[in-house]
Design a protein around this ligand. Structure first.
Ligand code: AMP
Length: 559
């Protein structure tokens, strides 16, 4: 099923792009597995010294596309020399972000990177410039200011990058850009990236770029019929809220099996850990794992002992997982092709599939491009609120009761209702029964509110609360091998959630989240499955520890 590797998506590696070893080491340490399409196209000509005109938005990996070649060209022994590269960006925020990226990639090279922007004390920037800097990342206004003071010397600049050039023009920096470019050497390399290519930008490019390589990602429409029939939703989420948001969305969607795509190995590992902490059965899959490890992961997924696969594109290439119902893009993919490729894993053979994308507010443009290229609408929604989640859980309870009313033989409970009816109103009896059913249904008690944000103003879409598709409760299954069911004498009444038990067990024993099987939380007790060989150890450990501040009776479940 997953044995065949699909080679159609195989592009070049970072090694193929001719990058120096220090950069390859930095990328490896960051967990980047392969170049994004814009990087694959832009890096070789930039390393070769060509000018470049690239149309690419945030989220494509464009920063590394120009940062790596800039660093590639840095020579040693540059102490006290003026900057070798200048990156111009529209905002302070981007100046900091690009500087950080250059710093991360150029660590092993000892690259000295200075962000320069208005609003920050100029004295510190002057002092750094005096000490010698390799790359200056500046907003045009402040760059011009420093240039006029004679503190910023551009006579040795080998590369100038104009990043988000359309934004710089929109912000009225056209003249500043001209003035700055005039101060740089004629034979410099010039790189221009922009999300859009308005005519004004074209004329700027014509004047200042010489015989540029042109790169546009995502121009062509995907062939008709290529995009599968999949319900596509994007949630706008601030970066910091992503793990919580993903948990909430998964609670509502209740996938049978899902694959969650991340950009880097580090992200795969940390997200897997977070999800396991929340009580999901998540498995990591990335390029740093041996074939044997991968096979084991796939075995657990196919055997149903895991229901979430957290993976990088590289690791998931060629995997074909039958029971997959959901594809989640934890980040907006770096190219529309990658999006189409990812969501093609669900919605096959007439089955319904769901694609979910978590987008940061600044990534709206990339999402729009994807929507256009993929040729199918992506509905933008805000993350379900606590109220949405509760409503959804009540829906599930209502559904379960309805089913029971229609199909079950309820007669043996009649005596209970009749005796209670002598004492209470029938409505009250029903309410109490619903409450018990609801709580026994394992509804997660999540009361953390996630910030509701939308895209930046020009996105045009009003976010709307999500309306979950009907789906059954999340099955949590035990890991392979014989399992023992343990009784823990604390339940919902004591505020116990699945995560508390997972936390207590993994914290006190050698087990990991993925060793733990089904967890049922009842009103006054909980049942948890653990591997039989570890059962005694878990019982001993749980007896000796506090769960939610309380001691619990722990024993094998007799049932
Ligand atoms: P950018 O489009 O430059 O804003 O980059 C978007 C995000 O993708 C950043 O968080 C980068 O760290 C990340 N990124 C860039 N290139 C790669 C890559 N080849 N593999 C994984 N992540 C990447």
């Amino acid at each position: 099923m997953d044995g065949e590797r699909d080679t159609s998506g195989d592009g070049p590696t970072f090694e193929d792009l001719g990058l120096r070893p220090e950069l390859l080491a930095a990328l490896g340490a960051l967990g980047y597995e392969e170049p994004t399409p814009i990087q694959a196209e832009a890096i070789p000509p930039l390393v070769g010294g060509r000018d470049l005109l690239g149309q690419a938005a945030t989220g494509t990996g464009k920063t590394a596309a120009f940062a790596l070649p800039v660093l590639q060209h840095l020579t040693a022994h540059r102490r006290d020399r003026p900057p070798a590269a200048l990156v111009l960006v529209p905002t302070r925020e981007l100046a900091v972000q690009v500087s950080e990226a250059l710093h991360r990639y150029g660590k092993d090279l000892g690259a000295r990177v200075l962000p320069v922007y208005g609003g920050a004390p100029i004295v510190r920037q002057l002092r750094s410039l005096e000490h010698g800097v390799d790359v200056v990342v500046a907003t045009p206004g402040r760059a011009l200011d420093l240039l006029n003071r004679g503190s910023l010397q551009l006579g040795e600049v080998a590369t100038v990058v104009l990043d988000e050039a359309d934004e710089m023009l929109d912000m009225g920096f056209a003249e500043d850009l001209e003035a700055i470019l005039d101060e740089t050497p004629e034979q410099r390399q010039t790189v221009l990236f922009s999300a859009t290519m308005p005519r004004r930008l074209d004329s700027l490019a014509r004047r200042h770029l010489s015989d540029p390589v042109r790169i546009t990602i995502a121009r062509e429409k995907a062939a008709a019929g290529e995009a599968p029939r999949v319900r596509q939703t994007a949630y706008v989420v601030p970066r910091a809220a992503k793990p919580a948001a993903l948990g909430r969305i998964l609670d509502i969607e209740a996938p049978t099996a899902a694959i969650v795509f991340c950009r880097t190995r580090e992200e795969v590992d940390s997200l897997t850990e977070t999800l396991n902490g929340r009580g999901y059965r998540a498995e990591a899959l990335h390029g740093g794992m041996s074939q044997e490890q991968r096979d084991r992961v796939m075995g657990r997924l196919r055997g149903g002992t895991a229901d979430l696969l957290v993976a990088t594109d590289v690791a998931a290439r060629g995997l074909d997982i039958d029971q997959l119902t959901h594809v989640v893009n934890y980040d907006v993919p770096s190219a529309p092709e990658s999006y189409v490729h990812r969501i093609g894993r669900v919605g096959r053979a007439g089955r319904e599939g769901v694609a979910i994308t978590l987008a940061e507010p600044r990534e709206h443009r990339m999402l729009k491009t994807i929507e256009r290229v993929a040729g199918s609408p992506i509905s933008v929604q805000t993350v379900p609120t606590v109220a949405d989640l509760r409503a959804r859980q009540l829906d599930l309870t209502r559904g379960a009761l309805r089913e029971s009313l229609l199909s079950d033989d309820l007669d043996r409970f009649r005596v209970v209702v009749e005796t209670l009816a002598d004492e209470f109103d029938l409505m009250e009896v029903a309410l109490a029964a619903v409450k018990l059913a609801h709580e026994a249904g394992g509804a997660a008690d999540d009361d953390e509110e996630i910030p509701q944000v939308g895209f930046r103003p020009d996105s045009g879409k009003a976010p709307r609360a999500g309306s979950g598709r009907d789906a059954g409760g999340k099955p949590r299954r035990s890991a392979g091998g014989p399992a023992a069911r343990l009784f823990v004498g604390l339940g919902r009444e004591a505020g116990i959630r699945p995560g508390d038990l997972v936390g207590a067990i993994t914290g006190e024993t050698g087990l990991t989240g993925r060793d733990i099987g089904a967890i049922e939380i009842h009103q006054r007790f909980a049942l948890v499955e653990v591997p039989e060989p570890a059962a005694n150890e878990v019982i001993g450990a749980l007896k000796a520890t506090m769960i939610k501040g309380r001691k619990a009776t722990v024993r094998r479940d007799k049932a």
